[in-house]
Design a protein around this ligand. Structure first.
Ligand SMILES: Cc1cc2nc3c(=O)[nH]c(=O)nc-3n(C[C@H](O)[C@H](O)[C@H](O)COP(=O)(O)OP(=O)(O)OC[C@H]3O[C@@H](n4cnc5c(N)ncnc54)[C@H](O)[C@@H]3O)c2cc1C
Length: 459
C-alpha cells in the first residue's frame, strides 16, 4: 500500500502543535491523506516551554478571546472552556496549565485516522537530510522520513553566563523552563533571579506560593518590570506611520505623537501597533533593526508583554511585604559557601553588595545564539539555512520556506514561531503563530504531495 504524504514537525511546543492542528484540519478538508510526525525533545507535546507549567497561578497574559488555537474561529477557546463546565468570559486570563490541556485536546481532535494521522515522537533531532526526499536524524540514531519538514524549535535557552555563575554549581538554574526547574527551587531558600521580566514574575509567584516567607531578589540592568493590563482593556488605537523607507526615529516620533494625543495613555497605541509590527519590521533596514534592538526593544517588550491584573496585584503585594525585591544592577560573581548556600557579589545602583541565597536563576530571556544549537548550526554550516540579517534566528521567504546560504527558498523545509524573530520580530505569541500555522498548512500539503525528483535511498 502506498504510504501517505507526511510532514515531520521538529519541536512539539505550541508552535509545533498549532502547525500540526492546521495541517491535519486542512488535509481533512481537502480529503488528502496526511501523516504528521510531531517530534519533541522533552516529550512535552502541545505544551512546550510556556504551557507545561503545573502552577495554576501562572496565568496567560492574553485574554481568552485572543488565544483560540484555530485561526478564523476566535471564540473556540471560550466555547471549549464552557463545554468543560467553566464559567469563562472572553476577557478572562486563564491559567496556563488549562491552556496546555486545551492545546492537547485540540491537537488530538485534529486527527482523523486512518486518513489524517498524528504520530508523537520523543527525541532530539540533530540533523536534517534533504538530498533524497527529506528525513530527520535523531540523537539516538533513529531516522524519520517525510515529504516536508517544519522547524518549530521555539526560543533558544537564556544566554549562558559561564564566567559569573561558574561558582554556583548545581544551585544555578540555567534554564527555568526545563521540566521541574521551578519545583527544584521551591525549598524556602532565598532566590536571586537574573532578569525582571515575565519569567521572573512566574518564579516569584511560584516560590512565594509554596513558601510564603521566602524572599526573591530580581536583578537587572534597568529593573524594568512588565506593566499590568488595564481593566477594561482599551480599544487598539490606529497609529499612522508615514509610508516609504522607515527609521526607528520616525517610529518613535509617530508613537509619541499618538500617545500625546491620547492624553498619555499608551495602552491602546501599543495594542494598535502590534498587528502592524511585522510589516513595520519589514520596512526597517538591517541597521535600523539593530538600532531598534539596541535602543527600543526592551521598552517595547515591557509595554507589549503585559501581565494580567491579578498577577500585577500579586507582584505589588510581594513587593510591599519585602518578599520580592527588585534591584537595578548586575551580578559580578557567585560562590558556593555551603552545600545549600551561594554568596553572590552584586553591584546594585553602583554599590558593591553581597547577597546570600539558596538559588540563582537565569531569567534573562531567550538567547539568540543559533551556533549553540547543534541542529541549527549544522544547517547553517551545510548551507541549508542562513541566519537572518540581525542574527536572532533563521532567514525565511515570505511563505515561511527556509532560505539557503545563497538566498534560495527550500521547497520542503519551512519554519515558524520564535525562530523567525529576526525576520518578523513579533512571532512569539499565539495569535501570530496561529496565523503562520494557518498560512503554512496549504503549502505543506502542496510540498508533501508533490513528487520527489530524486529517489530515496533504501534505509
Ligand atoms: C512563560 C510564558 C508565557 C507565555 N504566555 C503567553 C500568553 O499568555 N499568550 C501568548 O499569546 N503567548 C504567550 N507566550 C508566548 C508563546 O505562547 C510561546 O512563546 C510559545 O509557546 C512558543 O512555542 P514554541 O513551540 O515555539 O516554543 P517552545 O514552547 O519552546 O517549544 C519548542 C519545543 O521544541 C523542542 N525542541 C527544540 N529543539 C529540538 C530538537 N532539536 N529536536 C526536538 N525537539 C526540539 C523543545 O524541547 C520544545 O519543547 C508565553 C511564553 C512564555 C515563555
Amino acid at each position: 500500500m502506498p504510504r501517505s504524504p507526511s510532514v515531520a514537525i521538529v519541536g512539539g511546543g505550541a508552535s509545533g502543535a498549532l502547525a500540526a492542528i492546521h495541517l491535519l484540519r486542512h488535509a481533512r478538508a481537502r480529503a488528502t491523506p496526511m501523516e504528521v510526525i510531531l517530534i519533541d525533545r522533552d516529550g512535552r507535546h502541545a505544551l512546550g516551554q510556556a504551557y507545561s507549567t503545573t502552577d495554576p497561578h501562572h496565568l496567560l497574559n492574553t485574554t481568552a478571546d485572543k488565544m483560540s488555537a484555530l485561526d478564523g474561529d476566535h471564540g473556540h477557546l471560550v466555547r471549549w472552556a464552557r463545554d468543560h463546565g467553566l464559567e469563562v468570559d472572553g476577557s478572562d486570563y486563564l491559567p496556563r496549565p488549562l491552556y496546555g490541556r486545551y492545546l492537547r485536546e485540540v491537537l488530538a481532535a485534529a486527527e482523523r485516522p486512518p486518513a489524517q494521522v498524528l504520530r508523537r515522537v520523543t527525541g532530539t533531532v540533530t540533523a536534517l537530510d534533504h538530498r533524497h526526499g527529506v528525513s530527520v536524524r535523531l540523537g539516538d540514531g533513529r531516522r524519520v522520513d517525510a515529504d516536508a519538514i517544519v522547524l518549530a524549535l521555539g526560543n533558544r535557552p537564556p544566554a549562558a553566563l559561564p564566567r559569573v555563575v561558574a561558582g554556583a554549581g548545581s544551585r544555578y538554574v540555567a534554564d527555568p523552563w526545563r521540566t521541574d526547574a521551578l519545583t527544584r527551587i521551591c525549598d524556602g531558600a532565598p532566590v536571586l533571579v537574573l532578569g525582571t521580566g515575565l519569567t521572573m514574575v512566574d518564579v516569584a509567584v511560584t516560590v512565594s506560593r509554596t513558601h510564603p516567607d521566602a524572599v526573591v531578589y530580581a536583578l537587572s540592568r534597568h529593573a524594568l518590570l512588565p506593566r499590568p493590563h488595564p481593566h477594561p482593556l482599551p480599544l487598539p488605537v490606529p497609529t499612522p506611520i508615514p509610508p516609504g523607507p522607515l527609521k526607528v526615529a520616525d517610529l518613535l516620533r509617530a508613537v509619541r505623537l499618538a500617545v500625546r494625543s491620547r492624553g498619555g495613555d499608551w495602552h491602546g497605541v501599543v495594542d494598535g501597533l502590534r498587528p502592524q509590527a511585522q510589516a513595520l519590521w519589514a520596512r526597517l533596514t538591517p541597521d535600523e533593526r539593530r538600532r531598534f534592538l539596541r535602543l527600543v526593544a526592551r521598552y517595547w517588550e515591557v509595554h507589549r508583554h503585559r501581565i494580567p491584573p491579578a498577577t500585577a496585584a500579586r507582584v505589588a503585594d510581594l513587593r510591599a511585604s519585602g518578599r520580592l525585591r527588585v534591584l537595578r544592577g548586575s551580578l559580578v560573581q557567585a560562590a558556593t559557601v555551603a552545600p545549600d548556600r551561594l554568596r553572590l557579589g552584586v553591584e546594585v545602583e553602583g554599590v558593591a553588595r553581597e547577597l546570600d541565597v539558596g538559588w540563582l536563576v537565569n531569567a534573562t530571556g531567550p538567547g539568540s545564539r543559533t551556533v549553540d544549537d547543534p541542529l541549527l548550526s549544522g544547517l547553517v554550516a551545510a548551507g541549508t539555512a542562513r541566519p537572518d540579517a540581525v542574527r536572532l534566528g533563521l532567514d525565511v521567504d515570505p511563505r515561511g520556506a527556509l532560505l539557503d546560504a545563497d538566498g534560495h527558498p527550500n521547497a520542503r523545509i519551512f519554519a515558524l514561531g520564535p525562530l523567525l524573530r529576526g525576520s518578523l520580530y513579533e512571532t512569539t505569541a499565539v495569535p501570530e503563530i496561529r496565523a503562520q500555522a494557518a498560512a503554512l498548512a496549504p503549502r505543506l500539503v502542496e510540498a508533501a504531495t508533490s513528487p520527489v525528483l530524486v529517489s530515496r535511498p533504501s534505509p
